[in-house]
Design a protein around this ligand. Structure first.
Ligand code: GLP
Length: 232
């Protein structure tokens, strides 16, 4: 398998490495569509991008996921996170995030998947949930899944709800790229830092594809780089 595993000292070093990969792909003309992720893991990565002089004005972005029922102006939404950490500081050609406020969520998902098919991902950045979820593909999600509305597990709600501000109701579902949508990217960069991610990273590095650990689906990809500070 083509699993490239890089051990770094900390999240900042991991972000630098990620930045260097993005820079190389961009400057060699191979980066037109960039898949983005949210979460604390991505904050240092977006810091590297924003302080750089890289020009993304010809790059289209797609985010992995968004909560259902949380408005883009709420600090709890992923749309807000992206504006705060990246889009307010760097200009892109187009930015796409699933609209969790859409009236017809199925239609929104189908449209998002169609946009993705028209703009194949050159790189997809990924974090991982403590239970091994990728985007919001929770344990048991089919490897054939495309963009869909997903129920969040108790574990994910527990971890994510601590970040919820104001009186937004904690969402029960989210719109998320499916495993198949993510696997369509040419290059996957997975970042995982800290002890809480150890179970998921261990499962990945054990090398068996397990339905209960969505992260292990990535083993089927032929260009996956895993960046972690965990000593394995
Ligand atoms: C959320 C997101 C995932 C992300 C995960 C980890 O559940 N949907 O895409 O990988 O959180 O977040 P963090 O980087 O904060 O650990």
């Amino acid at each position: 398998r083509n699993l490239n595993h890089v051990k770094v000292d900390n999240a900042e070093k991991g972000a630098e490495l990620t930045y260097n990969i993005i820079k190389e792909e961009l400057e060699s003309g191979r980066l037109h569509v960039l898949g983005l992720a949210t979460g604390s893991t991505m904050v240092p990565v977006y810091k590297e991008l924003t302080k750089s002089n890289l020009d993304f004005t010809n790059v289209v972005t797609f985010n992995l996921d968004e909560y259902v029922g949380v408005t883009a102006t709420s600090p709890n939404s992923y749309a807000y996170f992206m504006v705060e950490h990246l889009f307010s500081k760097k200009k892109f050609k187009e930015t796409h995030i699933p609209n969790g406020m859409a009236e017809n969520l199925d239609e929104e998902c189908a449209m998002y998947e169609m946009f993705l098919e028209k703009n194949p991902l050159d790189i997809q950045l990924l974090g991982v949930g403590e239970n091994g979820h990728i985007a919001f593909n929770e344990p048991g999600t089919s490897s054939d899944s495309v963009t869909h509305e997903a129920y969040l597990t108790e574990s994910t709600l527990g971890v994510n709800s601590q970040y919820f501000e104001n009186d937004d109701k904690i969402p029960e579902t989210a719109l998320t790229m499916g495993i198949s949508s993510i696997m369509g990217a040419k290059k996957l960069i997975l970042l995982a830092f800290g002890e809480k991610k150890r179970p998921a990273i261990n499962k990945l590095l054990e090398g068996n594809v397990l339905a209960d650990w969505p992260i292990t689906e990535l083993l089927k990809h032929d260009d996956l780089i895993v960046i972690t500070d965990l000593e394995i």
